[in-house]
Design a protein around this ligand. Sequence first.
Ligand SMILES: C[S@@+](CC[C@H](N)C(=O)[O-])C[C@H]1O[C@@H](n2cnc3c(N)ncnc32)[C@H](O)[C@@H]1O
Length: 483
Amino acid sequence: MSDALQRATGCSRSPFPDLSGATERALAGYADLLRAVLPMKAAHRRKLADNIQELSTFLVEDRAEVLGRDYLHAPAALGAYLWYFLPWNLLRMTRLLGGLNLDPPEGGTVVDLGAGPLTLVQALALARPDLLARELHFHCLDTTPRPMREGRKLYHGLVDILENGLVAGRGRWKIHLVHAPWQVGIKSVPQADLLTAGNFLNELPWNRRDPLSEQVAGFFQTVAGHVRPEGHCLFVEPGNRFGGKLVSLAREEAVAGGWKVLGPCTHHQACPMLEHRETSWCHFTLSTRGCPPWLRELSREADLPKRDISLSYVHLAGPGSPDRLLDRKAEQNPDRNASSEQMREGPLPQGWARIVSGEFSVPDRMREGREAMVGRYGCAAQGKLLILSPPGHSATRSGDCVRFRLDDPPKRDSKSRALVAELLPAMDGPKKKAASPTTRPGQSGQSATSSPPARGHREDRKPRTNPKATSNGHNRRPKRSQS
Ligand SMILES: C[S@@+](CC[C@H](N)C(=O)[O-])C[C@H]1O[C@@H](n2cnc3c(N)ncnc32)[C@H](O)[C@@H]1O
């Protein structure tokens, strides 16, 4: 893919780069850092796995009790969070941040809402050690002070490790802890060049009275008022239904306010995942590659092993961002970066889609041979797509950005109602050898055949407009879980 198109669409072939060797080594040594920062008595260590399991149950099943409470204040819960949830979040966020175009200016301000043990700050240091040489001011806001204090020690320990291997000279980041609810704390910090919130939105006490879309819109408007016009916002949530919905709703409000979506979307049209009766949600599933052996072992001990990690995110640039016009132009003429030969190829509509599922076989779409086609769901300006390729032709992963061509005339998959499209070869390199589809039905929250459980009919919307999200169905509060 050309650099221009990558910048214009926020597309990257693989938005979740693998960890560097140095980052993997830093995570391998993170257990020693945890032991140094939070020394544990033998009795506490013996109970660690149980405490992890208890906190997990608490966060997943007893959400009502968690919300609005300083649950990380208790030593057992804090230990469980630091040893299990923090390192898994570091792994997932480091993969994410490594693929984003983050470039806060020298002397810039980063505001992190619901910072906890400074997970996002630490992940940014791991993903972008080059930024450690830049003076950046991190204002970390949280209602519970102790995790932030421990997190600051962990951050400094991490920088020491990174400096040994990677960074020349001392890191120049300044960490400011703000012990306050976000609405209060945000008024006391400078306007952000980058505002982040990780695993935070799903912890806010959304009420059942008002439509969720309106509540998230209000949240975004408040937050946006504290970001510089050319600044960026990054929201990262667990890859579950509720996390995906919160992120999509924040995106809708941002677009309505003139913000640019840098990722994961390839377009600024309404989010297809918020369609009435759509049952899937926007999220990405990554392998656990790079997970340190000690974390794998502890997760097994706690009976909470992970085969993959998932997340939902949206990366936004403010209305004053210089990239904004470029992107709008790209959308008006999505083919402007295609070669003239490709533009001559014919009248079929082409475009770019973000892959939002694993691959699965599609048995009811036989071509010449007997082999099933390979399918995956994609998100594009035209809506949700079922993108097909012959077996063995191309391998895609959750999060990839691909070219597609809609069937002519346009057809919808009878069950998922997704528009059927053909996967086009990547422009930026040789085809990858396909692995056989391994996704099982239901994995990643997406159906894995072309005959998933019935989904709602989505109205054709062409051209699709960009209204604010409607309140349809969004005022219900789906079950939430912490990952
Ligand atoms: C699940 S933790 C996430 C911590 C960290 N960002 C991470 O990704 O690991 C959510 C954090 O949000 C904080 N929090 C919850 N409600 C808050 C509020 N109204 N204002 C500020 N912080 C809040 C909690 O204290 C907790 O530390």
